[in-house]
Design a protein around this ligand. Structure first.
Ligand code: ZN
Length: 134
């Protein structure tokens, strides 16, 4: 059976600081470098959401996805400090964790099995990708 996947691109701007209370200030600096600066810094994040195209015509699939992503991801993170979000209460705001958090938010809201991959572009050179735990 052939499946068509569709990927939609979304954007949000957010601040963060790479820091964990599990490490000393010196260790945080050693691990995260300038990203540990107490003042934080911002990124223009790009989120790529890949799903199975729902119907042969794809009618309504994109619109529905846009609605869900805007309501649960963009509204939540755009122009916010990721370190203050409950999802990161015990997680460092790395791209690795962010891509998994976005997957965990979206996966239950989409038809079973339809979410295939989340990608997060954090900087020009950093891209993170997650396709679930299976
Ligand atoms: Zn950063």
């Amino acid at each position: 059976m052939s499946q068509v996947h569709v990927t939609r691109r979304y954007r949000f701007c957010a601040a963060h600081r790479l820091h964990t209370d599990l490490l000393s200030p010196q260790e945080n600096w050693a691990v995260f470098g300038k990203c540990n600066n107490p003042n934080g810094h911002g990124h223009n994040y790009v989120v790529l959401v890949t799903i199975i195209s729902g119907t042969p015509q794809g009618v309504g699939t994109i619109e529905r996805l846009d609605h869900i992503v805007n309501d649960t991801i963009i509204e939540r993170f755009d122009h916010h400090d990721l370190n203050g979000d409950p999802a990161f209460a015990v997680l460092t705001t790395t791209g690795e964790n962010l891509v998994k958090v976005i997957w965990e938010i979206l996966q239950p809201l989409l038809p079973a099995g339809s979410l295939r991959k989340i990608g997060v572009i954090e900087t020009r050179d950093n891209y993170f990708e997650y396709a679930g735990s299976t």
